[in-house]
Design a protein around this ligand. Structure first.
Ligand SMILES: [Zn+2]
Length: 116
C-alpha cells in the first residue's frame, strides 16, 4: 500500500500547484523515481488512474524518469554504479560510500493548461 500513499501525495501536490497557477487542467507530470526507492511506476500509474478521477489532474500523463543507483565515495569523491554485490569504491577501493542518488521519488515538473 506504499504506492497508494505516495500517489495520493503526488496528486495533492499537483492539484495544489494547479489551483495556485489557476490551471483548468493538468496535462502531464514528470515524476523522478529512484531505482532503490522501492516504488514501481506501474503501481503508481494504477493508483493514479483511480485517484485522479474527478480532479483537475484526471487523464494527465505520468512521465516517469528512472534514476539508477549511484554511490559516492566518501574518501575520493568518485561517483560510481554499484558493482556485482560489491559496494566498495570502484576507484580507490574504499568501503566508505554513501548513496548519492537512486532513492528519490519526487515530482520534477507539472504541465498545465490555463483554459478549459
Ligand atoms: Zn574512492
Amino acid at each position: 500500500m506504499h504506492e497508494l500513499a505516495i500517489t495520493q501525495g503526488i496528486l495533492d501536490l499537483v492539484t495544489e500547484h494547479a489551483a495556485a497557477a489557476g490551471a483548468a487542467r493538468v496535462t502531464a507530470i514528470d515524476v523522478v523515481v529512484g531505482e532503490m526507492s522501492g516504488f514501481l511506476p506501474d503501481s503508481i500509474q494504477f493508483y493514479w488512474d483511480e485517484l485522479s478521477e474527478g480532479t483537475v489532474a484526471r487523464g494527465a500523463t505520468l512521465r516517469f524518469r528512472r534514476v539508477p543507483l549511484r554511490l559516492a565515495c566518501v574518501d575520493c569523491g568518485s561517483l560510481f554504479p554499484p558493482g556485482d554485490g560489491c559496494f566498495d569504491c570502484s576507484a580507490c577501493g574504499s568501503p566508505r560510500v554513501r548513496v548519492a542518488q537512486g532513492r528519490e521519488l519526487r515530482v520534477e515538473s507539472i504541465d498545465v493548461e490555463e483554459t478549459a
